[in-house]
Structure formats: C-alpha cells, structure tokens
Ligand binder design. Structure first.
Ligand code: PRP
Ligand code: URA
Ligand code: MG
Length: 207
C-alpha cells in the first residue's frame, strides 16, 4: 500500500483558501472543484491503457484508450463535493454512492445508503471524501465495496490525519491512499487539526 501526499503549489494555494474559516460556501466548492481536477489528473497518470486504431485527418495510426472502467464512489455527504472535478476529466466514470455519517459521541460511522453500478469486480474504484479523520468511514466504505466484489480500490481525500492513515494502512494494505495534505492530529472531538472544520457543513452551508 502507498500513501501519497501530492506536492503541488496550486493545491497548497487552493487548500489554504478552503481552510480559511471566512471562505464562503461558494468559494469553498469552487476551490474543491479545482483541487479535485488536479487530484484526478495526478492519481490517474499511470492508469492502464490499451491500443486503439484511429484515423487522423492525415493518416491511420495507433492511439490509446483507458483499459478499465472507472467507478467513482463519493462518501456522502461531503464526498459529493469531489465528484464534479473528477468527472470533468474522467467523463466516462460511473458513480456509486455510499451514505455515511459519524455518530458525534462515538465517532463510529453509520451507513445509511449504498448504490453501485454493475461491474465493481472488474473496475478501478476511486473512493472520494474530503476528510480522512479516524478512518472509520473510509474503512466501512472499503469493507462494503470489497464485500460486493470490488478489488482494485484507491482512496482519495483532501486532508488526512495520521491516526486515520495508520488505521487504514494496517486494515487495508491493498488500498492506495492519496491526500492533498497530511495534517497534524485529531482533537478530542475527532476533528482534524488544523483541518478545515466540518467539510459537509462548509460545502452545503449547514451547521
Ligand atoms: O475518518 P472519520 O473519522 O470516519 O471521519 C471522516 C468522515 O467525516 C465526515 O463526514 P460526516 O460524518 O461529517 O458526514 P457528512 O459528510 O454528512 O457531513 C467526512 O466527510 C468523512 O466521511
Ligand atoms: O475534521 C473533520 C473530521 C471529520 N469530518 C470533517 O468534516 N472534518
Ligand atoms: Mg460532516
């Protein structure tokens, strides 16, 4: 399993705007869209290709196309915020949904919804969620997808805590994790420090 933190000036700039508590809901989503596109570009750079015969205006030649179906799986709610950016550059991706919220007392995830396209077992599955805190939600999502036959799974989050990364590395060594930032620690309420607060609330204007 690998844990990769993307080192990119634009991502650092945009993520800092998102972290700022005075950033509006509109600008929060705008920057999330832009970071999602940059992250999608980065995580897909080694996706397998197959050869494809094409004809340019000049001659016949051999081009490429992605060899595998991509299934993007946002963990609701906040994960929805990463879907638009990923779809901009992966327009053929199918979308699965897992609905989950953390119990505020125990921090245990509760799954309330799941719906997937067919073909999990032969697709490249990208789970997206802005926040990886204790890792409980991502773990439950990965377990659910594995039970349904998914094998080739990666996790893409904006901000991760060391506690959650360690938990997932031990539990799912086959799942690669990509982050835009690895933060310092979790506070007593299970929030990432410095983090960006509650991603779902900031994205949708709830509190
Ligand atoms: O790693 P964990 O400790 O499980 O925490 C991370 C989860 O918490 C947030 O969702 P939340 O439960 O706030 O639900 P929401 O997206 O509906 O706001 C976040 O979007 C993750 O799904
Ligand atoms: O910091 C955190 C931790 C969990 N979920 C969030 O939205 N933010
Ligand atoms: Mg939330």
């Amino acid at each position: 399993m690998s844990v990769k933190i993307i080192d990119h000036a634009l991502i650092k700039h945009k993520l800092s705007i998102m972290r700022d508590k005075d950033t509006s809901t509109y600008l929060f989503k705008q920057n999330l869209d832009e970071i999602a596109m940059l992250m999608a570009y980065e995580v897909s750079k080694d996706f397998p290709l197959k050869l494809k015969d094409i004809e340019t205006p000049i001659c016949k030649t051999t081009g490429f196309e992605l060899a595998e179906q991509i299934i993007l799986v946002p963990i609701l709610r906040a994960g929805i915020g990463l879907v638009d950016g990923f779809r901009m550059i992966m327009p053929n991706a199918k979308i699965g949904h897992i609905g989950m919220y953390r119990d505020e007392e125990t921090l245990e995830p509760q799954e309330y919804y799941a719906r997937f396209p067919k073909g999990l077992e032969s697709s490249k599955i990208i789970i997206v969620d802005p926040m990886l805190a204790t890792g409980g939600s991502a773990d439950m999502a990965i377990e659910d997808i594995k039970k349904r036959g998914g094998k080739d799974i990666m996790l893409v989050c904006l901000v991760g805590a060391p506690e959650g990364v360690k938990f997932l590395q031990e539990k799912h060594p086959d799942v690669d994790i990509t982050l835009a930032a690895l933060d310092d620690h979790l506070n007593e309420n299970g929030y990432i420090v410095p983090g960006l607060g509650d991603a779902g609330d900031r994205l949708f204007g709830t509190d």
